[in-house]
Design a protein around this ligand. Structure first.
Ligand SMILES: [Zn+2]
Length: 350
């Protein structure tokens, strides 16, 4: 048994009152990896915070070597704002937007991409609020870690996934998490390149001789028991793999690896209200089973929507872009052609 110490990092951002960021430090006193687990980099993504709270006593009991640094609330000002970023307002996932001309087209772009703390590492003491906060946390805590698991959440329509950046060591580490889905990031990471301050935290680790991956739980603004259990198992598995706990990782056979050629989209044949059939992202469906109903607002007719293949629901339910932060985008009214589900083809339930 190694008692977790609560430590406090003083934070002062220009123009805001200072505060202390609390985190747990569990040091076995024996040489070994330093595993950093981070959550709530985005203030509306809090399932990882509960995962860390539940994992802490497990780590106190099980740690046999190395050190764990558990940070349940990385971006406290964003948490207090209850939105993704420190200055986020209504339905703006990337901070304030402004019209910009890109290739002769006017598009809405973030005024300042650095509003997103996960584009600022290792931070900048002269930058905006997010950059200043990143700099203090990075120097004060993150820099000493050898491994990082960064816990995020995306919209509730998409199944929980481990998302390693495209390099082998990150993929191999992420595979041990036994997350329902594993999705490799689209761009391969060139380990010979230097880190640029516009990439996620896990990139910084992977490009600086360390190992990290990001996870996305299913559901923002909420804490769901099923997701929390997935998270605690992932952290336990990875600690076992690093030799920090005894035992072997469990549940590895359950992970569904997402490959583009295995994805099958289910789209709305006409406009209507999509009624879900009690399923959630991550569930297994058989070909021909009813996954929901489409209720036409024009004819008042109803059509059964069936799974076209056997497989796992990687996404389920009608949603529009920005469904992570905008209630209207979570509305079950689908236009013709909208996605109602995305199934990863798989012949057998695992
Ligand atoms: Zn996030």
């Amino acid at each position: 048994m190694t008692k977790a110490k609560v430590r406090y990092l003083p934070v002062k951002i220009k123009g805001r009152p200072g505060f202390k960021m609390a985190y747990w430090d569990i040091d076995s006193g024996k040489e070994g990896p330093c595993l950093l687990v981070t959550a709530a980099l985005h203030g509306n993504e809090v399932q990882g915070s509960e995962v860390i709270r539940r994992f802490c006593p497990v780590a106190e009991k099980s740690i046999i070597r190395g050190r764990m640094i558990l940070v349940p609330f990385v971006n406290l000002p964003a948490l207090w704002n209850r939105r993704p970023h420190i200055i986020s307002t209504l339905a703006e996932p990337r901070g304030q937007l402004e019209k910009k001309k890109v290739k002769n087209k006017v598009v809405l772009m973030p005024k300042d991409p650095m509003v997103n703390i996960n584009r600022t590492w290792p931070g900048d003491p002269r930058g905006n609020e997010s950059q200043q906060l990143a700099c203090i946390i990075f120097k004060g805590i993150f820099e000493q870690a050898t491994h990082n698991i960064d816990l995020h959440c995306y919209n509730r329509f998409t199944g929980a996934a481990a998302i390693p950046e495209g390099c082998e060591k990150a993929v191999n580490f992420a595979k041990l998490s036994a997350f329902p889905f594993l999705r490799q990031s689209a761009k391969p990471l060139d380990l010979s390149k230097e880190f640029k301050g516009t990439a996620p935290l896990s990139d910084w680790f992977n490009l600086n001789g360390r190992t990290a991956f990001t996870v996305e739980f299913s559901g923002q603004y909420v804490v769901l028991e099923k997701q929390v259990r997935i998270g605690v198992r992932a952290l336990t598995n990875c600690s076992k793999h690093l030799g920090m706990f005894r035992g072997k990782p469990e549940g590895l056979e359950k992970t569904v690896v997402i490959e583009q050629n295995l994805l099958k989209m289910v789209t709305a044949p006409f406009g209507g209200l999509f009624i879900e059939n009690g399923l959630t992202a991550g569930d297994f469906v058989k070909k021909g089973s009813v996954i929901g109903w489409l209720f036409s607002d024009r004819s008042l007719k109803t059509k059964e929507i069936k799974a076209p293949v056997d497989g796992y629901l990687y996404a389920y339910g009608h949603r529009k872009p920005l469904c992570d932060v905008d209630l209207a985008a979570m509305h079950p009214y689908a236009d013709r052609g909208d996605n109602l589900a995305v199934i990863v083809k798989s012949s057998q339930k695992r």
